[in-house]
Design a protein around this ligand. Structure first.
Ligand code: PSU
Ligand code: MN
Length: 299
């Protein structure tokens, strides 16, 4: 599978200039409500450009896998989408999906295919609570293990089983690095109560981790805590998450529909306070990712 690159992304890769890939699920109706999704996209792109890197939004548009979109195509990823994880990419291409919104797994796959080594997102998918009986483990984790890409995220949301998510990443050999922070963050909150396996304090360190790993096909996960000013109250969130999961169960939602459903319930229950938090962390991840891309390009 060969994704189609935008001219600016193709030139940047050819010239070994820093590039940061972005997913499209977060900006679609599956991720954030309008008009916050447009604001999120603008802020992420501005942060990447301000740090001297080229943004590369990934998506499937009209059956074509894309890495880097033209500005006038941005409205297309702000609307109704079909969720496209990595395994869905060949189907989206074969069937000519109008807009396949790339998840983390699809985005790192496309980034790797394009030769982009840094990717920024909000939160990754993980091992779901109750995975013992359901087997629900996000394909994001397997993709992190099998593509040579640094993923910069704010950890994962606490509706997942974060301890088992970290165990999984340990088993499949993905270095997990806390960004200037000792704990693994839980998206809306700076700490999940779990330690990050390692702490890094500079982009140069992250670039050195990438170049010294033993499995050339595998990725690196950088977990950046949400900015202090944007953090939500952990005790209130806990109750919200428990209710969102119960609602999901009661509604009989399964499989790939679980994550978008739970995200919607969280946004409702926090009366939109989760939205500014989401935008702040996405923008910060984009900025940190761009700094790492600059360091990777310099190395
Ligand atoms: N977690 C979030 N926001 C998101 C997602 C996860 O806090 O938008 C999206 C990402 O695109 C991620 C996907 O890759 O959900 C994971 O879905 P699943 O749990 O079905 O693997
Ligand atoms: Mn799943």
């Amino acid at each position: 599978m060969h994704p189609v690159l935008s001219d600016d992304v193709a030139h940047a890769i050819a010239d070994r200039q820093p590039v940061v890939a972005l997913e499209s699920t977060i900006f679609s109706n599956l991720g954030l409500p309008s008009p916050s999704n447009a604001e999120a996209l603008e802020r992420c792109i501005a942060a990447i450009e301000a740090a001297g890197a080229v943004p590369a939004v990934t998506a499937v548009l009209d059956g074509v896998a894309r890495v880097g979109l033209a500005r006038d195509e941005h409205p297309r990823i702000l609307g109704a989408a079909r969720k496209a994880a990595e395994r869905d990419l060949p189907v989206a291409i074969a069937q000519g999906w109008t807009f396949g919104a790339t998840t983390v797994s699809a985005s790192v796959a496309l980034a790797a295919a394009a030769g982009v080594s840094v990717f920024a997102t909000g939160g990754i998918g993980g091992v779901h609570r109750g995975a013992d009986s359901t087997g629900d483990v996000s394909a994001d984790l397997d993709a992190l293990a099998h593509h040579p890409v640094i993923t910069v995220c704010a950890g994962a949301k606490a509706f997942l089983d974060l301890a088992r998510t970290l165990e999984y990443l340990e088993t499949v050999g993905v270095p997990v690095l806390g960004w200037q922070h000792d704990d693994f963050p839980a998206f809306y909150t700076r700490s999940s109560g779990l330690r990050a396996p390692h702490r890094v304090d500079s982009a140069k360190e992250v670039a050195a981790v990438l170049s010294n790993r033993t499995r050339r096909h595998s990725g690196v996960l950088v977990a950046v805590p949400i900015p202090q000013v944007a953090e939500l109250d952990p005790s209130e969130l806990d109750a919200v998450l428990v209710r969102a999961l119960a609602d999901c169960d009661a509604a009989g939602i399964t499989g790939a529909a679980i994550t978008p459903f739970v995200l919607g319930r969280i946004a409702q229950a926090t009366e939109g306070r989760s939205i500014p938090a989401n935008l702040a962390l996405a923008e910060q991840n984009a900025r940190v990712a761009a700094g790492i891309a600059v360091a990777v390009a310099a190395g």
